[in-house]
Design a protein around this ligand. Structure first.
Ligand code: ADP
Ligand code: MG
Length: 422
């Protein structure tokens, strides 16, 4: 085996060392490590579940799973599992571990009780993502290995950088040497939908698997065709975490999804067959918009415009028009704030202050909103003033300091052999 041609990020080193410690220096097992990035969405927003377009970038924050095949000798497995059939996962970040019996995967799938016992109730949420991926892999016909997986990550949790998709991708690749594919993204999306109960679209998982460093991923969420579009040279991305937890997020997110469903039912009365808002052109919407009461009209307007903006954004990137691209990001933020109503005062202030910094092209909230992060697209080199301006602004208005992450674009997830020297 040759050394991986990548510089391992911090979580990969941590996961590998954690695995070696647990293996008690036993180097005889086949070992590998998966590395899966988080992402920020530059354009589009609440468009993915409308069969629309998105334009995310994978960023250099990762979840890694270091995996050794066959671990029946570990203390934990000897205590609890039938030898040779145990698949155990350890989360270094949560200080927790659990074990599946791979001969019992059908039972976890068919019995809600068995799944609950395995994942230990809602507080051990990370187990649900992991077990969900394993169950969906088995259902899709993958042969699931026995072994020990050690997981570590540095994607901030619940901030809109999609740590959950990175976790799913890391687990998938650690178990299956088949590589990163659109099908893998769909499988991980199913895992999150069915086993964690989050009705997310496929953007996050798709980006974690299929992105390329230096490029934004232009994805059609309807037919999953995609293209990686080079970002203009000399540009960078900063993510600013407002520190506001997305407490209302789940309920409000579901509400937006219901509003879209209701809007579609009403719109169909005048437009005829309309599978999703993707099929509604700005021109047709202009003719029929009066049929929708508020806030439905505004919600639909946002989605129709956001889809058009992603396409225009791709043109701007191709033409290397960073300023024009940035303006589209700001339009997207305003639309998310006023039409889709998913922003907060803190996110609005971060966008507003960022735009006063020389070299900033655009800024917007990223993720579903209701708190979490803003993404700022800017010229390389203005990180210092940007940080200062936003920190001061948020501190004086809201008495809190944001967390600022200067990030680089990253390649999609991969899996590599672990050498003895880490
Ligand atoms: P987001 O995807 O926006 O970061 P989510 O709420 O969708 O937020 O996912 C966060 C969840 O993903 C965490 O609560 C945890 O269960 C899981 N997760 C993320 N990163 C890790 C990690 N490094 N180790 C274990 N679980 C993780
Ligand atoms: Mg998530």
């Amino acid at each position: 085996m040759t050394s991986p041609a990548v510089v391992w990020p911090e979580p990969a080193g941590r996961a590998s060392r954690g695995l070696l410690e647990l293996l008690d220096e036993d180097m005889s097992r086949r070992r590998r490590i998966s590395i899966a990035p988080g992402r920020v969405n530059l354009l589009g927003g609440h468009t993915d579940y409308n069969d629309g377009f998105v334009l995310p970038v994978a960023v250099d924050r990762y979840v890694s799973c270091a995996f050794a095949e066959g671990v029946e000798h570990t203390e934990h497995t000897e205590r609890t599992g039938p030898k040779g059939k145990a698949l155990e996962f350890v989360s270094l970040d949560f200080g927790d571990r659990f074990m599946l019996d791979i001969t019992d995967i059908d039972r976890y799938r068919e019995s809600a009780d068995a799944f609950e016992r395995l994942t230990g109730g809602p507080k051990n949420r990370w187990r649900r993502y992991v077990a969900g991926v394993v169950i969906e892999m088995e259902a899709a016909g993958s042969s699931i290995p026995t072994g020990l997986g050690v997981i570590a990550g540095d994607v901030p949790l619940g901030s809109g950088l999609s740590s959950s998709a990175a976790l799913e991708a890391a687990v998938y690749l650690a178990l299956n040497n088949g590589g990163a594919t659109p099908e893998a993204a769909l499988l991980c999306q199913r895992a999150e939908n069915r086993w964690v109960g989050v009705p997310c679209g496929v953007m996050d998982q798709f980006t974690s698997f299929m992105a390329e460093a230096g490029k934004a991923l232009f994805l059609d969420c309807r037919d999953l065709t995609w293209r990686n579009i080079p970002l203009p040279a000399g540009t960078a991305v900063t993510v600013i975490d407002s520190g506001v937890q997305r407490e209302l997020a789940d309920g409000e997110y579901l509400k937006r999804r219901q509003e879209i469903e209701t809007s579609l039912t009403i719109l169909r009365k005048v437009t005829g067959p309309l599978e999703s808002l993707r099929d509604l052109s700005p021109e047709v919407f202009e003719e029929v918009e009066d049929i929708l009461p508020e806030p439905l009209r505004s919600r639909v307007q946002h989605v129709v415009d956001a889809n058009a903006r992603v396409r225009e954004g791709v043109t701007r990137l191709v033409l290397e028009e960073s300023e024009g691209f940035g303006e589209l990001m700001v339009d997207c933020h305003l639309s998310l704030a006023h039409l889709y109503e998913v922003s907060t005062s803190e996110l609005d202030l971060i966008v507003e202050r960022s735009l006063t910094v020389d070299g900033v092209f655009g800024a917007r909230l990223t993720g579903a909103g209701f708190g979490g992060c803003c993404v700022v697209f800017h010229r390389e080199g203005c990180e210092g003033p940007l940080r200062e301006r936003v920190e001061k602004g948020l501190e004086s208005e809201f008495g809190r300091r944001p967390t600022v992450h200067h990030l680089h674009s990253a390649d999609g997830a991969g899996v590599y052999p672990i050498e003895d020297q880490i």
